[in-house]
Design a protein around this ligand. Structure first.
Ligand code: ATP
Ligand code: MG
Length: 366
C-alpha cells in the first residue's frame, strides 16, 4: 500500500499544498505548530474518513468557509486508485473513489489502510480504558466494514437509551420503549463482542512475537480481552452472547434507572497485558510499558498486513524522538518494509532514512 500524492485545499493550516511521496520512508520535519501532525491526520483521514484528533469535521476546515478538500492517489490492491474527500460547513461531506461518488465508508474499505503511532500511545497500557478501546476499534474498523457499521449503530442506540434514562422522570411513558432499545443493544453488542474476541486474540498473538524479540526472549506478553462479566466465552455463538448480555443488563436494571445511564455492555470493554504473569498496568515499569506499546502497534500493522495481504502505511507522529536509542533501533528495524511517515522537529535527525520534506506554516519548502 503506497500513497503517491496528496493534495490539500483549505485543510487546517494548509491553504493549497501538493505532496509527492517516497514509497519507503518519508520524513516530515519542521518547527512546532507548522502542520506536521495535520499532514499525518490528513493521510489517516483519506482512508478512514476519520481524524485521530477530532470527531468534528468542521475543525479540519481552514479559514475559507466554502469547502475543504483532501485528495490522494495511491497504489493498493494491485492498482492505481484515488480517493477524494470534500467537506462543507453545514452540509454532508462527499467522498469520491476513482472519481465516482460513494455513499458509505464501507465502499472504500481496505482501499487505504493506516496505522498511527503517537507519543500518547506509549502509555496506552497504563491509561484509561477509552484509549485502549480506541486503539482496537480503529484497527478493527479498517479490517472489517461490518464491524464499523455495528459500532456506529451501537453508539446510536446507546445514546438514545441514555436519553430515555435521563428523560424518563419528566416523561415516565418513555420506560415503555426501553425494552426495545435493550433488545437492540444486546443484538448489536453481541456482534461487537464476537468481532473483538477474534481481533484481540490475533493482536495478542502477534504482539507476543514482537515483545519476545524486543525483550531478548525474557518476557512473555499475554493480552486478555475483558468484556461483560456474564459472558463466559466471547468466542461463543452470537445468540449465546446476546442471551448472556441480556442477563447482565437485567441484573443492572435498577442501577441504570438510579444512575440515569446505561451501565452494561461492550462500550465498557477493555483489555490488559501481563508480562511473564505480572499485570503491566499495576506493576509495569515505564520502559516495559513503552516496549509493550511498541509491540502492540507493530502487531496491529502486522495483523492488518496478514489479513489484507498489503502492509498498511505507518504514521509515526513524533514518536521516535520520544524513544531511547535501543527502542528507536528496534522500531526502525521493523519498518523497513512498506511506506512510513515520520514527523520530527529536528531537521537532521533521521535524514538518512528516506525522503525529507520540510513544512513551514502549512507550506512545503522546496
Ligand atoms: P508540533 O511539533 O508542536 O507537534 P506540528 O507541526 O505537528 O507541531 P500541527 O499540530 O500539525 O503542528 O499544526 C498546528 C497548527 O495548525 C497550529 O498552529 C494551529 O493553529 C493550526 N490549525 C489547526 N487547525 C486549524 C484550522 N482548522 N484552521 C487553521 N489552522 C489550524
Ligand atoms: Mg505535531
Amino acid at each position: 500500500m503506497e500513497l503517491k500524492n496528496l493534495t490539500l485545499h483549505n485543510y487546517r493550516n494548509y491553504r493549497d499544498c501538493c505532496f509527492t511521496f517516497n514509497p519507503g520512508v518519508n520524513l516530515i520535519v519542521g518547527d512546532n505548530a507548522q502542520g506536521k501532525t495535520n499532514l499525518l491526520e490528513a493521510i489517516g483521514y483519506l482512508g478512514t474518513g476519520k481524524s485521530f484528533r477530532t470527531s468534528k469535521n468542521q475543525e479540519l476546515m481552514g479559514f475559507d468557509p466554502d469547502f475543504t478538500e483532501i485528495s490522494g492517489s495511491l497504489f493498493s490492491q494491485e492498482r492505481e486508485q484515488s480517493l477524494r474527500w470534500v467537506l462543507f460547513s453545514g452540509k454532508p461531506r462527499q467522498l469520491y473513489h476513482n472519481g465516482i461518488k460513494k455513499k458509505t465508508l464501507s465502499q472504500i474499505s481496505g482501499v487505504f489502510q493506516t496505522v498511527l503511532f503517537c507519543p500518547e500511545d506509549l502509555m496506552v497500557l497504563k491509561s484509561g480504558s477509552a484509549s485502549r478501546r480506541r486503539l482496537g476499534d480503529n484497527a478493527l474498523c479498517q479490517l472489517r466494514p461490518n464491524y464499523e457499521a455495528a459500532l456506529t449503530q451501537y453508539g446510536k442506540i446507546l445514546e438514545q437509551k441514555n436519553r430515555i434514562l435521563k428523560d424518563r422522570e419528566e416523561n415516565p411513558a418513555l420506560l415503555e420503549i426501553l425494552p426495545e432499545y435493550n433488545t437492540r443493544l444486546c443484538q448489536v453488542g453481541a456482534l461487537i463482542i464476537s468481532y473483538r474476541a477474534r481481533f484481540y486474540e490475533g493482536l495478542g498473538r502477534e504482539a507476543a512475537v514482537f515483545h519476545r524479540e524486543f525483550s531478548g526472549g525474557k518476557e512473555d506478553f499475554v493480552l486478555t480481552y475483558h468484556t461483560v462479566s456474564t459472558i463466559t466465552d466471547p468466542f461463543a455463538p452470537v445468540e449465546v452472547l446476546q442471551q448472556q448480555l441480556r442477563e447482565h443488563l437485567e441484573s443492572h436494571y435498577r442501577a441504570e434507572l438510579q444512575s440515569c445511564q446505561c451501565l452494561t455492555g461492550p462500550h465498557k470493554d477493555d483489555f490488559d497485558v501481563t508480562l511473564s504473569g505480572m499485570s503491566l498496568k499495576a506493576y509495569g515499569s515505564q520502559g516495559q510499558t513503552r516496549t509493550a506499546a511498541i509491540s502492540l502497534k507493530l502487531a496491529q500493522r502486522q495483523l492488518m498486513a496478514s489479513q489484507s495481504g498489503e502492509i498498511p502505511v505507518l504514521l509515526l507522529d513524533d514518536v521516535l524522538s520520544e524513544l531511547d536509542p535501543g527502542r528507536q533501533d528496534f522500531v526502525l528495524n521493523q519498518i523497513h518494509k512498506g511506506q512510513v511517515f515520520i514527523t520530527c522537529c529536528e531537521k537532521d535527525r533521521f535524514t538518512k532514512l528516506g525522503k525529507t520534506m520540510e513544512i513551514e506554516k502549512g507550506n512545503l519548502l522546496l
